[in-house]
Design a protein around this ligand. Structure first.
Ligand SMILES: Nc1ncnc2c1ncn2[C@@H]1O[C@H](COP(=O)(O)OP(=O)(O)O)[C@@H](O)[C@H]1O
Ligand SMILES: [Mg+2]
Length: 276
């Protein structure tokens, strides 16, 4: 059965679009048929991050308006067989798509694709409700900051109310050196606060920004950066393959959080944030 996974967070700028694009490619590299749906109709950045913006002819809005067939709107990624993008409108729009409109469209997509990843907008209003409407599971993205964790907590409550299950956590932009110095929550701290399972964590990695600016997705590069390795692992974990979920990559410009480290920041952080 097709897995329809919404990538969401509450807070903006935490890496939803980056993760949707790269996770989609990583899953397709593993031989899966993957459709990426840009449900962030206002910001619509997914096409840019994938470097597919020039190839868009029709969009999700054209499909809904009956101006083209779903198949015509899908942009197939020539670099990565098995990957297709269903783009949002060509121009930024505040136009709303309702859950009732998106559901049949995603049902059609599910006939052909094994994974559907939905990039959701920030916030928890109508756009969020549409993005989660057809989801069978969710990946919640949080950064190790208390505001992001709070927003993620809110979103998890809403996802649970919709009976979306499983809900798994990705902690992004982790800086191991700061974690070790007890200046940043560890992925495990965040997980403990949110009470959902941690599928993986991604470190702060400047190559994410470089790849975004070039429209050249991180996980397609030859020399894998730490973030690309982490996303590949998350794809494997999502597919059921067991992998180490901790931060275990080497960072030349940062200190490594060693799994065998004697420092256990978890207790410290929980006591720092007793009000959460
Ligand atoms: N692991 C990371 N390391 C460094 N920069 C990152 C990382 N993840 C995301 N970013 C940057 O953060 C910004 C917001 O990411 P984006 O995916 O657009 O977030 P969202 O979709 O949640 O708003 C972008 O500039 C992106 O390049
Ligand atoms: Mg985004």
């Amino acid at each position: 059965m097709t897995r329809i996974i919404v990538i969401t967070s509450g807070k903006g700028g935490v890496g939803k679009t980056t993760i949707t694009a790269n996770l989609g490619i990583a899953l397709a590299k593993m031989g899966n048929q993957v459709a990426l749906v840009d449900a962030d109709f206002e910001l619509r950045n997914l096409d840019l991050l994938l470097g597919l913006e020039k190839r868009i002819i029709y969009t999700l809005f054209d499909v809904l308006a009956g101006e083209c067939r779903l198949e015509q709107a899908l942009v197939k990624d020539k670099r990565q067989p098995g990957l297709a993008l269903l783009p949002a409108a060509k121009k930024r729009t505040k136009e709303l798509v309702t859950p009732e409109q998106i559901k049949p469209l995603l049902n059609d997509l599910a006939q052909k694709y094994e994974y559907i990843l939905i990039d959701s907008p920030a916030g928890i209003d109508a756009g969020f409700q549409t993005a989660i409407a057809s989801a069978t599971e969710a990946l919640v993205i949080a950064t190790p900051e208390i505001s992001s964790v709070r927003d993620a907590n809110r979103v998890i409550t809403l996802l649970q109310a919709q009976k979306i299950k499983p809900i798994q956590l990705i902690v992004n932009r982790v800086r191991p050196g700061m974690v070790r110095d007890l200046n940043m929550m560890s992925p495990e701290d965040v997980q403990e606060l949110l009470g959902v399972s941690l599928i993986g964590s991604i470190c702060e990695d400047e190559r994410v920004i470089v790849s975004t600016n070039h429209g050249q997705p991180l996980v397609l590069g030859k020399n894998k950066s730490p973030a690309a390795i982490a996303i590949d692992k998350i794809a494997q974990n999502l597919g059921g393959k067991k992998n180490n979920k901790s931060l275990d990559f080497d960072l030349s410009n940062d200190r490594i959080l060693n799994k065998d480290s004697t420092i256990d920041p978890t207790t410290e952080f929980i006591s720092l944030y007793p009000y959460f």
